[in-house]
Every structure is written in structure tokens, then in C-alpha cells.
Design a protein around this ligand. Sequence first.
Ligand code: AQP
Length: 338
Amino acid sequence: MTQTTFTPRVFSGIKPSGGLTLGNYLGAIKRFVGMQGQMETIYCVVDMHAITVWQDPKELANMTREVAAGYLAAGLDPSQSILFNQSQVSAHAELGWIFNCVARVGWMNRMTQFKDKAGSNAEKVSLGLYAYPALMAADILLYHATHVPVGEDQKQHVELTRDIASKFNHDFKTEFFPLTTPVIEGPAMRIMNLRDGTKKMSKSGESDMERINMTDDADTIAKKFKKAKTDPAPLPETVEGLSDRPEARNLVEIYAALNDMTAEAVIAEYPGAGWGTFKPALADLAVAKLAPISEEMARFMADPAEIDRILGAGAVKARAIAEPILRQTYDIVGLLRS
Ligand code: AQP
């Protein structure tokens, strides 16, 4: 089947399951900002994904605002991008249900993030956590999004989105949904935990020392990098010397991503440097890049009504795109509308 041409459109989101980390910033938000103005951009705070694990109802709305404040502070502009929170557009849940009926259990069983998050507790986690990738496919396809900027960890879910779109198109003999491209490029696609370079840096990781939060102050950032796990060897003379050194590679890649340079260029600047030189330089760079954003975040967070207004106005624009696509989906599936 030849593919219909779809208007280039970006969709991505972050779930408000805790404070934003440097991983969220470098792997997602910074790149969201980079795509703004290049094509139509829609960025969501995916609060319905957050509740796949327990969230304190007294905290959830504020965490949703905090992710939105991170978007705004980093440079997303509501006049250029649609910014909203997922639960204000009910079409996400409705299309999510249809995709639950398209996706196969065998596909979901292969999702590595579910295996990581459920661990040995798979019988006790929510059904929502298992079905999460079908809702994510709905988030993307509800807007006929063609491009999804994500970190490496989400690549499998975007591939599943393509599988769902393909199966839907095949089953219903249509070309209604695009085959979305995951946009995963640059030095920071998987920022690792500062205490264990083989694990991803996550909002919900056990210890605060394993991540840099976007709201950390300069002293905390310096302390966390100083205590970050490394091997005893200094930085290598060439980038090849970072293979098999996950912690060292992670710190070099963080430096590279913060300063918009390659890992090769970082090594060329610090060949053979000891950690006593490199870690303070990294901390200074992180503070210089993050402090203006965290100050802006605090300014936005001081006016929650304004954030709510921006998200509400974004939801109106999002619904205007989503609802006709949902209605056409219902018609294709044969659901009766009186
Ligand atoms: N460590 C990371 N490196 C690069 N990119 C990352 N992202 C998350 N962590 C890293 C990217 O951030 C976007 C939003 O992710 P999410 O909040 O929807 O889900 P997640 O990937 O599960 O994020 P966390 O921080 O690990 O949250 P918790 O701990 O609650 O599960 C995605 O584009 C993701 O790739």
C-alpha cells in the first residue's frame, strides 16, 4: 500500500510522575524547543500516563503544572506550540481504547519498559501500566503526528505505535494513520543514573543523588556530580577509550549535550583530565545552563492560575485537531454515532 502524505506534525509528552530531571531536559524538552518553528508542534503533559502508578491526588495537579513550567521556562511558546495536559482532551482515552483492541497481547509482552517497571511484581501492577503503550500510540496518532522526539528508552513504544497504525490501516483497508518516525538523535539520548552508569536516570529512581533535578540549586548540582560514581582512570585521550566505561561516558555525554558539542570534542578539550578537573567543569556548565531555566520555572510556578490558563487554551486547540480524527476513526471502525 502506498502511504498517504501527511502534513509534518510533531507530538511528544512527559508524564508528571515526579520532578523533571536532566534526562528529561536533554533527552526531550531541549529537543522539543529545537523543533518548535520547524513544523507544527504539539507538546503534552501526559497526566493519564502518570497514574499508571500511584500518584498522590494532592500532588498530581502541581506536578502537572511543574512539567508545564519546565516546558515554558525552557522556551516552548504557547503562541508557537500547542501545550496542554492529556486529561483535558478525552479523545486520548477514547482512541486508546480502540488501540487496546488493535494491539496484540504478544506485542505488549515484548515491551521492555513494562518488564523493567513491573520487575518481579508483574501480577500486582496496574492494568494501565501494561496497556500504557497503546495509550501512547493514541496520544501520537490522534494528531496524525509524523515525528515524535523521544529519548532512547521510548523508541520501542514509538515502534509499537507504527505497528498499531499499520495493523489498523491493514485491518480496515485504509491509509488513515501515518507511520510515525521516532526522532532520536544527538549525544544525550540516554542519560544514565549518576550512581550506576548502566541504569537510566529517572524521575522516580530511589535516591535523589542518582539524578540532577531541573530545580536543583548550584550547590546540590556540584555535590551530585562530585559524588557521581566513576572508575579511577582519568578521561581517555580519544573517545574510543570511553567504551566499557559507562559512568565516564555518561558524564562526557552530559557535558556534550549541555554544550551542544560532540563527545569527541569534549575529549579533545579534556584529554587525559582527572575527575578533580572534569567534574567541577561539568558542574559549572550544568549550573550555567540550568539556573536560568529553573529561575524561570520558579517564576511560572508562582502563578499557577496562568499555567492553568495556558494549558486550558492549549486543550481547546488540541481538541480542534483531535476530535475530527477520533470521529473519523469511529466511522472507520463502524461505531454508531446518532
Ligand atoms: N535518562 C533519560 N535520558 C534521555 N531521555 C530521557 N527521558 C526520560 N529519561 C531520560 C525522555 O523524557 C521523555 C519523557 O519521559 P516520561 O516522563 O514520559 O517517561 P520516562 O521515560 O519513563 O521518564 P522517567 O524520568 O524515567 O520517569 P519515571 O521514573 O516516572 O518512569 C521521553 O521522551 C523520554 O525518552
